[in-house]
Design a binder for this molecule. Structure first.
Ligand SMILES: *Cc1c(COP(=O)(O)O)cnc(C)c1O
Length: 389
């Protein structure tokens, strides 16, 4: 599945690079035509890497789109100003009033909010399903179910879904499947290879890789690409050429960064799994993570993101722990070169079908620092946690 050569060569057509290594940064609103014939050709070919108008993209965007399309084995890739925009846009491209959506219960929090606060107002109903449901999803399908949305592993609690089982049911009922693939990233997991129709990523995370650009991408298969492309265009979704350039630059080194993130995160997770205060780790590569067997079957590696569940704890111990950390900065997002931490006393507020019977959960992003420094940092901060129980 892995292919370093592809990552290096994808999207490097001479049309985009004009003879140097990287694509030109082509900033544009207006594209100018010298003849009527030239303009007519652009109108005809505007969906296929032909300069037409800035919102349709320029050579910089085409280079990134081609590369991500190759990475995810799709028919085409749309770019968005954030991962959240890629999610909302993918859903809005295919759902209409009266439709029903099956949304996984461990979805990224703003994805849930989108369903409850915006889609509901448009007359689109949502049922949240247990991420471990597998083929049992069939019982939740209604006559008007249009989309099944997956996220695997899911946010914070990290359950991994049985993607082939869900896709099989969806296909039987002619339902579109979309998967938030920010974790699997096209490098360790390619949803379209498993029959998913649209794979969505917050490129903000590992593709950009340096915490300095917001971007979303959605890759569709042959059947759904024309609709995704045109509806995204009509709803005005586009990104700057500078951001597209930075995302492509990040992509080129993504495999080597991921390998380091993966190695360090497994070491830290192993250490945490043996700590007296820790109940279990929610790292997809560990047996204690729900759906680990699907991770083993469908993914070919992990990255720097995982969570761990405490045996006990309260707001005071959590806050003291967070304040005691030096290398782990508190911050949302992940996928940059730096280590990050967030914590939740309970997941109950963010889950409507699965609930939460465990103690506090702490999520780490393991960056590119020395792993000894990170473990030492956690060790002293967990002592502070204990002192504040
Ligand atoms: C961060 C994230 C998003 C949103 O991406 P933004 O670029 O921050 O809008 C979506 N899904 C998942 C799983 C994420 O972690």
């Amino acid at each position: 599945m892995k292919n370093n050569t592809k990552i290096v060569s994808a999207g490097r057509k001479k049309q985009y690079t004009q003879g140097v290594v990287n694509p030109v940064v082509q900033r544009a609103s207006t594209v100018v035509f010298d003849t009527v014939e030239e303009m007519q050709t652009a109108i005809k070919e505007r969906a296929d890497r032909t300069l037409f108008y800035g919102r349709r993209g320029t050579n910089t965007h085409y280079a990134l789109q081609d590369a991500i399309t190759e990475l995810e084995n799709g028919a085409g890739c749309a770019l968005y100003p954030s991962g959240a925009a890629a999610i909302s846009q993918s859903l809005l491209s295919f759902l209409k009033s009266g439709d029903h959506l099956l949304m996984v219960d461990n979805a990224y929090e703003p994805t849930r909010d989108l369903c409850d606060k915006i889609l509901a107002g448009l007359g689109i109903t949502t049922t949240y399903y247990d991420p471990t449901i597998g083929a049992g999803i069939e019982a939740l399908i209604q006559e008007n179910t249009k989309v099944i949305f997956l996220e695997s592993p899911g946010s914070i609690t990290m359950e991994i879904q049985d993607v082939p089982a869900l896709v099989e049911v969806a296909k039987k009922h002619n339902i579109i499947t979309m998967l938030d693939n920010t974790y699997g990233n096209g490098w360790h997991f390619r949803p379209l290879d498993f029959g998913v129709d649209i794979s969505i990523q917050a490129a903000t995370k590992y593709i950009v890789g340096h915490s300095d650009v917001m971007m979303g991408v959605a890759v569709a298969n042959e059947t759904h690409w024309p609709t995704l492309r045109e509806h995204s265009y009509l709803l005005g979704q586009c990104t700057s050429a500078d951001d597209a350039y930075l995302a492509l630059r990040g992509l080129r080194t993504m495999p080597v960064r991921l390998a380091q993130h993966e190695k360090a995160a497994i070491q830290v997770a192993q250490w945490l799994s043996e700590h007296e205060l820790v109940d279990h780790v929610r790292h997809p590569a560990f047996e204690t993570c729900p759906g680990h067997e699907f991770f083993n079957r469908d993914f070919d590696g992990s990255n720097g993101l995982f969570s761990f569940v405490m045996k006990e704890g309260n707001l005071k111990s959590i806050n003291a722990f967070l304040d005691a950390l030096h290398h782990f900065k508190m911050g949302f997002s992940w996928g940059g070169y730096e280590s990050l931490v967030t914590a939740n006393k309970t997941m109950a507020k963010l889950r409507s079908t699965t609930g939460w019977e465990h103690g506090p959960i702490i999520r780490l992003h393991i960056g590119l620092e020395d792993v000894e420094d990170l473990i030492a940092d956690l060790e002293q901060a967990l002592q502070v946690y204990k002192d504040n129980l």
